[in-house]
Design a protein around this ligand. Structure first.
Ligand code: PMP
Length: 447
C-alpha cells in the first residue's frame, strides 16, 4: 500500500512500547531486504536484533510452518510429547559438543538465561550445596530483561528502576582491550580481566558461587567484543578449579553467527550450560533452549525434576520451525559463509574506520561486527551519552535504507557502538552495498 501513513494513528494510544518516532510499518521481507508500506526498501544490516540468521521469507521454513500448522499448533507438554520437540532436541545434541546432550526448550533469550541460572541453582540445591547461589558475570554485558537475567546484565539505564536486583551478583570487567580498565595493553596485561574471576571467586568464597555467565563474543552491550585467544582457557581453568559452572550465553552468537555453528568452537570451551535463542528459529517463531550435560540433568531430576517451566516451552510449532532452520543452516553451510563474508565485511569496515575519524575501533568475528564511535580517536574519549551518537548514525543509515543496531555509550565509560550483523546468507555484492550505504551515513553523521 504505497502512500499509506507510516505510523498507525493510534499507535501510542494502545501500544506500550518505546517508539522513538513515527515507525514505518513493515510490508514484506525477502532475503536480506525489507520493505515498508510506503514501498521503501531497507537492507537488513543487523538481522533485526541479530535474530534473522537465515534471511527473510525462506520458502523451506514457510513450508514447514504450513505443514506443522495443519497438524497441531499447540499441545501442552504435560499432556502430550510432540515429534518436533523430540526431533529438534536430537538435532541440537547431534550438532553440539559431545558432552552437551540434554536440551530444555523455552521461548526466548531471557528465558534461556533464566533457565540456565535456575538449573545451576537447583543442581547445587539438590546436592545440599544451596549456599552456591551467586552468579558472576561481566561489565558490560547483556543477558536479558527478566529480573534474574537482568541481575547479570550491566547497563545502568535498564537496571535503575529495578534495584535491588536478584541478590548481589558480583561482576568482573569484560576484556575491553580498546579501553582497558586496568590501563594495560595486551599481551603484557597477562589477561588481568580473566584472572579477575579468580580474585572475585576467592573474595566471595568459592562455596557461594554457582556459575560464571558470559557471552563468548559480547553483543548488545559490548559491541562484538572478541576476547583475546587465551581468555577462555583461563576462564575454563578457574571454573574447574573452584567447581563453578561455566554458562555461555550464546543467544546472539549461536547458530552460525560468528563463523562456527556455536562460538565456543573457536576456543574449544567446554561449557556446562549453553543458552540459545535468536538464530535458533531466526525470527520465524519465538524459541530458545538451554543445552546442558547428563550430569547436571541427572542431579536435577533426581528429586522430582527441574522445578521450572514455561507454558510454551517445546511447543510443536516453534520446534518445527527450529528443525527446518537448523537444516537450512547446516545444508546451506551458513556458518562457513558467515566466516567468509565476515572477513570481507571486517576489511570493508576497517577501510571506513580509516576514513571516518570518529570510528575508534572496528571489531568482530564472523558476521557479528561493530564500530565503536568516539569523540576523539587519540584519547579514545567517548561521546557524551546525551549526544546519542550511535542513534544518530543509525537514524542516518535508516534514512538511506540501511538497518544497523545501536547502543549508547555505557555510563559514559565505554564508547557508543553500532552492530553490523546481516543475515548469514549475505553475498559479497550485498556487503559492498551495505558498506556503501554505511559510508554515506557516516559522512552525514560527521557533518
Ligand atoms: N542474551 C543475549 C546475549 C542477548 O543478546 C539477548 C537479546 N539481545 C538476550 C540474552 C535476551 O533475549 P530476549 O530479548 O529474547 O529475551
Amino acid at each position: 500500500h504505497p502512500g499509506e501513513l507510516a505510523a498507525y494513528p493510534d499507535q501510542e494510544k494502545y501500544l506500550f512500547y518505546q517508539t522513538k518516532k513515527e515507525q514505518p510499518i513493515i510490508a514484506g521481507a525477502e532475503g536480506i531486504y525489507m520493505w515498508d508500506t510506503r514501498g521503501k526498501q531497507y537492507l537488513d544490516g543487523c538481522s533485526g536484533a541479530v535474530v534473522n540468521n537465515i534471511g527473510h521469507g525462506n520458502r523451506r521454513v514457510i513450508a514447514a510452518v504450513e505443514r506443522q500448522s495443519r497438524q497441531t499448533f499447540f499441545a501442552y507438554r504435560t499432556q502430550f510429547e510432540n515429534r518436533p520437540s523430540q526431533e529438534l532436541a536430537r538435532q541440537l545434541v547431534e550438532h553440539s559438543a559431545p558432552h552437551l546432550n540434554r536440551v530444555f526448550f523455552v521461548s526466548g533469550g531471557s528465558e534461556a538465561v533464566e533457565s540456565a541460572m535456575k538449573v545451576c541453582r537447583q543442581y547445587f540445591f539438590n546436592l545440599g550445596e544451596g549456599s552456591r547461589y551467586k552468579f558472576v558475570s561481566r561489565v558490560p554485558a547483556y543477558h536479558g530483561s527478566t529480573l534474574g537475567a537482568l541481575s547479570l546484565t550491566s547497563y545502568a539505564p535498564l537496571e535503575v528502576a529495578f534495584k535491588p536486583l536478584v541478590r548481589d551478583n558480583p561482576k568482573i570487567p569484560a576484556p575491553t582491550c580498546y579501553r582497558c580498565v586496568y590501563h594495560k595493553q595486551y599481551p603484557d596485561c597477562e589477561l588481568e580481566c580473566a584472572w579477575a574471576l579468580e580474585k572475585t571467586v576467592l573474595e566471595q568464597g568459592p562455596d557461594n558461587i554457582a556459575a560464571f555467565v558470559v557471552e563468548p563474543v559480547g553483543g548488545a552491550s559490548t559491541g562484538a567484543l572478541v576476547p583475546p585467544d587465551e581468555y577462555f582457557g583461563i576462564i575454563q581453568h578457574i571454573c574447574r578449579k573452584y567447581g563453578i559452572f561455566l554458562v555461555l550465553d550464546e543467544v546472539m552468537t549461536g547458530f552460525g553467527r560468528t563463523g562456527k555453528l556455536f562460538a565456543y568452537e573457536h576456543w574449544g570451551v567446554q561449557a556446562d550450560v549453553v543458552a540459545l535463542s535468536k538464530g535458533i528459529a531466526s525470527g520465524y517463531y519465538p524459541l530458545g533452549a538451554i543445552l546442558t550435560t547428563d550430569e547436571i540433568v541427572d542431579v536435577v531430576v533426581r528429586r522430582g525434576g527441574f522445578a521450572h517451566g514455561h507454558t510454551y516451552a517445546g511447543n510443536p510449532m516453534a520446534c518445527a520451525v527450529g528443525q527446518e532452520v537448523l537444516r537450512v543452516i547446516m545444508e546451506d553451510k551458513l556458518p562457513e559463509n558467515a566466516d567468509r563474508m565476515g572477513k570481507i565485511l571486517l576489511k570493508g569496515l576497517n577501510r571506513l574506520g580509516r576514513k571516518h575519524r570518529f570510528i575508534g575501533e572496528v571489531r568482530g568475528l564472523g558476521l557479528l561486527t561493530a564500530l565503536e564511535l568516539v569523540r576523539d580517536p587519540q584519547t579514545r574519549e567517548p561521546f557524551p551519552p546525551e549526544w546519542n551518537a550511535a542513534m544518530l548514525l543509525t537514524d542516518n543509515a535508516f534514512a538511506d535504507g540501511l538497518l544497523i543496531y545501536p547502543r549508547r555509550s555505557i555510563n559514559g565509560l565505554y564508547g557508543d557502538h553500532v552492530l553490523v550483523a546481516p543475515p548469514l546468507i549475505v553475498r559479497e555484492a550485498q556487503i559492498a552495498e551495505l558498506l556503501e550505504k554505511l559510508d554515506k551515513a557516516l559522512t552525514r553523521t560527521a557533518d
